[in-house]
Every structure is written in C-alpha cells, then in structure tokens.
Design a protein around this ligand. Structure first.
Ligand code: HEM
Length: 514
C-alpha cells in the first residue's frame, strides 16, 4: 500500500519552546501584531510549520497561491477550527460568522440582498450626516479648548450610529451620548478578553475541538472576565435586537428600503423556502454579529489611517488638498457623490494602503476537511534541501493564514512592503498578481465564500468619514506618545506604557484653515 505523502513533517519552522504550549504563548504574547510572523517569514519563507498546544503542528502560510486555493478554489473544504468557532459563538451566537457549510450558505443567501452594491450606495447620505454630526462635536470640543481626543473611541461611536441606522433604521445615540449602554459594552471588549490570555486558557481552548458541541456550549458560562464580558455583550445585543424587531412589527420604526437588513431578516423568519429561513435565535445572533462586525472594523481602520497621516504629514496635506480642490469645484452646499469619492485618487490610495499595512483581522485559522494538495506560488526549501512547489496535507491539518504577512509580501507589494507608501497603488505598471482579495487584492477582507460580506459598506463608509475629517481637521501625534498594535484577536491601538488605560488613539486635533 502506498503511504499518503505528508509534506508537513518536512517543513522547517521555529523551534518550539514547550511541548505543552508549543509556540502558542509566544504568538499570543507578541508585543505587537505581526512581530513574530514577519520575522519567521523572513527566516523560513512564506510557508512553514509552527507548533500549537499539546504538540499539534500547524502550517503557517501567507503564500498567495495557497491562500487562493484555501479560500477560493476549495469553497467549504477548509472550515474554521472548531475551537475558534466556539469563541465566535461565545461573542455573537449562531450568526453568519459562526455558521459552517450548508448552514453558512443559508445565512449568506438570506443576507446577500442587504449587501448589493446598489443598496449600499444608497447609504452614502447617511454616512455623510453621521460623519458631520461627529465632526460638529469635535469642533465644539476644540472651541472649548479640548484639542486631544481619543479618536478611536469617537470613530467607533460614529460607526455604531451608522450601522444602527443603516441596518436597523435605529439611532443608537452613541455620538451624542458616550454613556450609551451599547457603546460602553464595546469599550475595551477585545483588550479585556483576548489580549494576552493566561496559559490555562490556551491549553483549555486547544481541547475544545474534542468536546461534543452540546457540552462545549457551556463554556460561555465560565465565570472569568473574558467569558463574562462576551456573555454580557451578547445578552445586551440580543435584547436590543429583540426590541428593534418588536418596534418594527408595531410600526414604531419607519419602513425603510424594503431590502434593509431588518426587513431581510424579518422575511427569513416567515419564508416558505427552507434554504432562506432563519429561526429567531439565528436572527438575533445575526443582528449581534452586524452590530459588532459592522462598526469596530471600519472605525479601527480609520483610526490607523489617521495615525499614518500623522506620521506622514505631507500625505495628510496632499489628501486635504485633493479633497478641498474637489469641493471648490462643486456648487456650495452640494454633497459628494459616490463618483466624486471614487475620483479622489490619492485619498483612495491611502485607504488601500492603510488596509494593507494595518489589517484589523491579522490572521485566520482553518482546518483541512480532506487530504489535499496545495499549490504554492513561492516554493520553499525543506530541512533536507528539497524544494517544494506544492504541499501534501492530510485531513485534519490545521492552518494559520496570515493576512498581515500576505499584505506585506515583497513579491506582491514590492521591496518597500513594510513601509507606508500609498503611491504603490497609483503605479499602473505593477505586475499582475494572483487574484485573491475583493478589494485592491488585499487579504484584509478575507476572500471567497466566507469573505467579508460588508466590504463595500466599509469602503463607502471609510471614504465618507475620511473626507469629512480630513477636509475639516488637522491631526498630529501628541509629544511623547508611542502607539502600539496590540494582538487582541483583532488589532487594537494602545499607548506604550499606558496599557492599563485600554484601547486608545489619542491625537491632537485642530481646525484645518477653510
Ligand atoms: C474595514 C472594515 C472591515 C474589515 C477589515 C473586515 C474584515 C473581515 C474579515 C477578515 C472577515 C472574515 C472573518 C472570518 O473568516 O472569520 C469578515 C467577515 C465578515 N464581515 Fe467584515 N470587515 C469589515 C467591515 C465589515 C462591515 C462594515 C460589515 C457589516 C456591515 C461586516 C460584516 C461581516 C460579516 C457579516 C462577515 C462574515 C461573513 C461570512 O462568514 O460569510 N464587515 N470581515
């Protein structure tokens, strides 16, 4: 009998400091997102082997062809790891991010009509009015003498209000009230829960895949801070979701567009077609998912954009000039349209560049559900000197797929891939690359059947917010403040030496001369 080949044994990789914890403690304990990923990729190439807890071997890759194979070509054959998925369930319940296989297909079918390009373009005026309400608050603060704000908190309040109105026709009131129940529940949610986990939790979670689901679900009741904060968030979001559904049924919420998310979800509850049905708990979980995925991500990306623009004031000025020049060409009082926003070449290049350099979700975990051969664009050399152009893997093989490393591959982005350089997106002579991501060929929104459903929503919202704040304000890093990119599952900003203060991006904000 021919034994099946398994290339994983032959892969090189960093030494594992412990059998019990493998490289897991180093990875989760990195001072900043990507430190180890980038160093290891430089040493071992785009594909190598790391160790997880209990001696488990994980293939780490940022290889473009491998990512294309795993996310696109293989459709549902690389499901999320069972333990990671339970963590998702702890936060958002049985929504679309948690759902797998056929169940995921059903969720996606229900949700797709709320995310068509046409539907999302119609949200632009809403994004603009939300941005301008926030900017008015900033002007008031500056006039009152307060010039240093935690912009990440403000942006999260603004995007929370926008998702509330866009998805549910409902104003959470987060811009007007910093104490709103939902915004308070989001504060430091990831920093308090996923950042720097204790060893017991790493070892415990690595065993989750062996626990039958009905028993595993009980982990959400573990009485420590991580589990409690997620439980409280989920309970609050579902309670709000239920109230919104009831208000809609009573006619208290105006009929918006017939395809808005709440209507789409409402239809799924009464649909005759089993492929388009969601039960009540799935609907509430979906609303919880949208409340979370639909605002923090966009707000964080913009936070990092403002940070980079502080570090590159000349780019900040170029962007402002571009926006103000367009404004000067329009009759006064007219708002920018989607076509106007898309015409801001330099501004859009900066948006792509920040999504490249600071992907909010830095990596994704997957498992092969069958034996497979994975093609590689960047061949690797094994310990015994063999060159591999493909990987033979066995069913059950775990993968760590590094978005942040792919987004910085010199072979894809050029030799200056580690640096901020928006002009790379203006260079039309760049070679054609293996097609992966939905936007600018980045992996930031993931890809394939489980790629981000909200990427267009995010891009339009980012454009609207960026234009509003850069047109009216100037940003600078306060003296002595060093910002860090903390690995809290998602990437969060904190101030070096002030981590006890939690997630923040304090920037000095002043009025731009009109
Ligand atoms: C810059 C902003 C955003 C980034 C970087 C981002 C990134 C991602 C990534 C990496 C995934 C894949 C997660 C996984 O496989 O576990 C994802 C999925 C998802 N995102 Fe986004 N996202 C953004 C904005 C949004 C917005 C605005 C919405 C909703 C309005 C949204 C809704 C979702 C949903 C529902 C999924 C699950 C899709 C599925 O499993 O089918 N995202 N996003």
């Amino acid at each position: 009998v021919r034994r099946k080949r398994d290339s994983v044994k032959k892969l090189r990789g960093p030494p594992s400091p412990s059998w019990l914890l493998g490289n897991e403690l180093e990875i989760r304990g990195q001072a900043e997102v990507g430190d180890l990923d980038f160093a290891w990729s430089r040493e071992y190439g785009a594909t190598f082997k790391i160790r997880a807890c209990w001696g488990n071997q994980v293939v780490f890759t940022s290889d473009p062809r491998a990512l294309q194979h795993i996310f696109h070509t293989s459709s549902y054959h690389y499901p999320k790891r069972a333990d990671m998925n339970q963590s998702v369930r702890n936060i958002t319940g049985r929504g679309i991010v948690w759902a797998a296989g056929d169940v995921h297909q059903r969720h996606r079918k229900v949700m797709n009509p709320a995310f068509t390009a046409q539907q999302l373009r119609a949200f632009l005026p809403l994004f603009q009015s939300t941005a301008s309400r926030m900017s008015q608050k900033w002007k008031d603060s500056i006039q009152a003498g307060d010039q240093t704000f935690n912009v990440s908190r403000w942006l999260a309040r603004s995007t929370l209000d926008a998702i509330g109105e866009a998805a549910f026709d409902y104003r959470f009131g987060a811009i007007d009230n910093a104490q709103s129940e939902l915004s308070k529940c989001f504060e430091n949610l990831f920093a308090d829960t996923i950042l720097y986990p204790p060893k017991w939790d790493l070892l415990f979670k690595a065993l989750w895949r062996y626990i039958p689901p009905p028993i595993l679900q009980l982990v959400e009741y573990i009485p420590t801070k991580e589990y409690r904060r997620f439980r409280n968030f989920k309970a609050l979001a579902k309670r709000i979701g239920k109230e919104l559904i009831e208000q809609k049924a009573d006619g208290a919420i105006a009929e918006g567009s017939s395809r808005d998310m709440l209507s789409v979800l409402g239809e799924s509850n009464t649909s005759e077609d089993p492929k388009r049905q969601l039960d009540e708990d799935e609907i509430l979980s979906q609303m919880t998912t949208i409340m979370l995925a639909g605002h923090e991500t966009t707000a964080s990306s913009l936070t990092w954009l403002l940070y980079e623009l502080c570090r590159h004031p000349e780019d900040q000025a170029t962007m402002r000039d571009e926006i103000q020049a367009l404004r000067a060409r329009l009759p006064s009082g007219t708002d920018f349209t989607i076509a106007h926003l898309d015409s801001l070449t330099f501004t859009n290049a900066c948006l792509k560049e920040v999504l490249r350099l600071h992907p909010i979700v830095p990596s994704l975990e997957r498992t092969a559900d069958r034996d497979d051969i994975i093609p590689l664009a960047l061949p690797i050399t094994t310990d015994d000197g063999e060159t591999l152009t493909e990987l033979h893997v066995k069913k059950g093989q775990d993968f760590s797929l590094s978005i942040s490393t792919y987004n910085r591959l010199p072979s894809v982005w050029g030799d200056d891939a580690d640096e901020w350089n928006p002009r790379r997106f203006l260079d039309s002579s760049r070679e054609k690359q293996i097609s992966i991501g939905v936007y600018a060929n980045l992996m930031t929104f993931s890809a394939g059947v489980r790629g981000c459903i909200g990427w267009r929503f995010a891009v339009i919202e980012l454009q609207a917010l960026t234009v509003e704040v850069i047109e009216h304000f100037k940003f600078a890093l306060p003296k002595g403040v060093e910002i860090m990119r903390l690995p809290a599952g998602v990437m969060v900003p904190m101030v070096k030496g002030k981590m006890h203060e939690g997630t923040q991006m304090p920037l000095h904000v002043s009025l731009a001369e009109e």
